[in-house]
Design a protein around this ligand. Structure first.
Ligand code: FMN
Length: 315
């Protein structure tokens, strides 16, 4: 069992140390571990060209030839992954967003399952089997601030890495308050937690998702275990990370949020949840394509007009 540790922080600083501590825990449970620091890697922004969805020889290929390709291969080879990344501007670092924009849409498991069925039926080269493998993840968000609101979008955005491949997240730690704590080496309880989270990650590899054990705070949402909620003025709420709906119940000062079982089963990081989005995209195309045909000349005219509006910089 291979566990990959990815740190997106400064070399030999906090994210590196926490990531390595999680790996040490995984190693103690017999995992074959690998560590990478990506800070100097060149991982550019997705250009939205759509070329990655073609995969003529069965391998998804991004047209941008940068270090994304190395990291993508490492992720596909792993059974377990821990990402430790700093919180910048209340959310994830730009490099992680760049990586997951390119990895996520291209590796959507529902779309790939459908593509594989079609390839089998047509006798075309099959997609790489690694796209259909169950994987397990843990996250560490590292923030300087002691106020949790300054790190509140770190862990939620990290979940976007695992969702398109329906990887199972089995642990997470919001390692905020790093400024006052000064160094991970002065925070023994946190280092112990990191080690234990690594053990838990390794122990879960190969376990059916519904039987996995969770490491970390339970949180409000029963799927992502986070506390971020969308509200709409009623007692109905949505977890923005998982896209599942629940309702709030007030008991005096205490707030309970109930998410029905059927909602949990359609969370964004599950196969049914991914199929919902796959079908949504299919439906969009059915509506969009006839509109494009109907307004063909008008749209061509408008595109010409707006293309002539010159930018101050162009490649
Ligand atoms: C550009 C920048 C933005 C930051 N924004 C936040 C923030 O919004 N919230 C926070 O808690 N810490 C913030 N920090 C502090 C880092 O999260 C903290 O220094 C962390 O330890 C960096 O990770 P590293 O030590 O692994 O490099 C920011 C740091 C930088 C450089």
């Amino acid at each position: 069992m291979k566990v990959l540790g990815i740190s997106m922080g400064r070399k030999n600083e906090r994210s590196d140390i926490y990531c390595k501590q999680v790996l040490k825990g995984a190693e103690a449970e017999g995992a074959d571990v690998q560590f990478i620091n990506t800070v100097a890697m060149n991982i550019g922004q997705c250009r939205g060209c759509g070329a990655c969805s073609k995969a003529p020889d069965g391998k998804i290929k991004c047209v941008l030839k940068d270090d994304y390709l190395t990291l993508e291969e490492m992720v596909l080879d792993a059974d377990g992954i821990v990402i430790a990344a700093p919180v910048y501007s209340v959310g994830i670092v730009g490099q992680l967003k760049n990586f997951l924009d390119r990895f996520g849409a291209a590796h959507d498991r529902a779309s790939l399952l459908e593509e594989q069925k079609q390839r089998k039926a047509e006798g075309r080269p099959l997609l790489d089997e690694r796209y259909f493998k169950d994987r397990y993840c843990s996250y560490v968000a590292v923030g300087g601030a002691w106020t949790e609101d300054w790190t509140c979008m770190g862990l939620p955005m990290m979940h976007l890495f695992s969702c398109s491949q329906a990887m199972k997240v089995v642990g997470q730690i919001n390692a905020n308050d790093q400024g006052r704590k000064t160094s991970p080496f002065l925070d023994e309880p946190m280092m112990n937690d990191m080690f234990a989270m690594g053990q838990n990650l390794a122990k879960n590899i190969g376990v059916p998702y519904e039987e996995t054990t969770w490491f970390g705070r339970e949180g409000t949402c029963p799927v992502c275990h986070l506390d971020l909620l969308m509200v709409n003025g009623t007692n109905q709420v949505t977890c923005p990370v998982c896209g599942i709906h629940g309702h709030m119940e007030l008991d005096g000062e205490k707030l309970k949020v109930v998410f029905p079982e059927e909602e949990k089963k359609r969370a964004r990081n599950t196969i049914p949840g991914l199929y919902e989005h796959h079908n949504e995209i299919g439906e969009m195309m059915r509506i969009c394509i006839p509109k494009l045909q109907e307004h063909k000349e008008f749209l061509a005219e408008k595109r010409k007009e707006y293309a002539a509006y010159k930018p101050v910089w162009s490649d």
